[in-house]
Ligand binder design. Structure first.
Ligand SMILES: C[S@@+](CC[C@H](N)C(=O)[O-])C[C@H]1O[C@@H](n2cnc3c(N)ncnc32)[C@H](O)[C@@H]1O
Length: 308
């Protein structure tokens, strides 16, 4: 399988994980193993647990990772929200580092049949895990107009969400990504998207986030990851849009704060204790050189915490 995906900020991720020989590390989004291969080189006789909810990604990355000697590699087909249960099943109680490189891979976008791309014509799918029932076809053809408007506005930050939701409902049934793209284009003013990318970009992002429930699981993943980290263990999160970054930033802040009582509460009643230290006051961003080489990296942001 030809899995094309350039890992973003590879050296920054490796530095952020502070890898040591013999460490146990989880790559929660292994994709094409771009980051994992580099991690494996640094942990030598250590253990690498690779999670992905896409079987194609797991197969492609296993082809790469099984060539590496010394490191013990486990491949896990799962949603990373289940990280604790999956580590339990492997008999692993604590790990030294966890990374998550969010969203879809270039491989998934470029594989036309997966239906992620607004520039290609394919059945409406967009599932990262093809064993899952909910697909883009159900969202586009069955969800109520208000619900469509809500996700396009909230997950796509699309200012024409109302017009687009109404155009989708009026055009049903919609079979393919090409049809959907045309419907969106005809619903927004001419010339819209000239500067901010393709007019269907934001709506496709919104539908993809809804299909894969991408945002709702993030906070649980972060909290559960911190539970399984050893003291001084690191969690490294790479996000690609402001919605993800906001959730990560807030979850990190909460975990790094002693008291989380509402403001103006005279004395602390929550009893919350900080369990992590934030290592990135400002997120790490790619260099101009990396963005030139890999434009997909442009919006990437890395945030890192360390377990106390
Ligand atoms: C951006 S790619 C990762 C690329 C990888 N770091 C590399 O260097 O090749 C994201 C991968 O994470 C997977 N993924 C996204 N959300 C997931 C989730 N909630 N649980 C498990 N895997 C997920 C996707 O299927 C995809 O393969």
């Amino acid at each position: 399988m030809n899995f094309l995906h350039i890992p973003v900020m590879k050296s920054e991720v490796i530095n952020a994980l502070a890898l040591k020989n013999g460490a146990t590390i989880v790559d929660a989004t292994v994709g094409g193993a771009g980051h994992s291969k580099e991690i494996a080189k640094h942990i030598k006789s250590g253990t690498l647990i690779c999670i992905d909810q896409d079987n194609d990604a797991l197969c492609a990355s296993w082809e790469e990772l099984n060539k590496i000697n010394d490191v013990k590699v486990s491949m896990v087909h799962a949603n990373f929200v289940d990280i604790r249960e999956k580590l339990d099943e492997l008999g692993i109680l604590k790990v030294d580092g966890i990374m998550a490189d969010l969203g879809v891979s270039s491989f998934q976008i470029d594989e036309i049949s997966r239906g992620f791309s607004y520039t290609k014509d394919a059945p409406l799918d967009m599932r990262m895990n093809r064993g899952q029932k909910l697909s883009a076809s159900e969202v586009v053809n069955e969800w109520r107009e208000e619900e469509l408007k809500r996700i396009i506005e909230n997950f796509g930050e699309e200012r024409y969400s109302g017009r687009i939701a109404s155009a989708i409902v009026n055009a049903r049934p919609i079979q393919t990504t090409g049809q959907l793209s045309e419907i969106i284009k005809s619903a927004v003013p001419e010339g819209y998207g000239k500067t901010g990318g393709h007019p269907a970009k934001r709506t496709f992002q919104a539908i993809r986030i809804a299909v894969n429930n991408e945002l709702a699981i993030l906070e649980k993943f972060i909290n559960d990851s911190v539970e399984v980290l050893s003291p001084k263990g690191r969690l490294v999160m790479i996000s690609f849009h402001s919605l993800e970054d906001r959730i990560i930033k807030q979850a990190f802040k909460r975990l790094a704060t002693d008291c989380v009582c509402p403001p103006k509460t005279p004395i602390c009643i929550c009893g919350h204790k900080a369990t992590v230290k934030i290592l990135t006051k400002k997120p790490i961003e790619p260099t101009a050189h990396e963005i030139k080489e890999n434009p997909r990296a442009a919006s990437a942001k890395i945030r890192v915490i360390e377990k106390l």
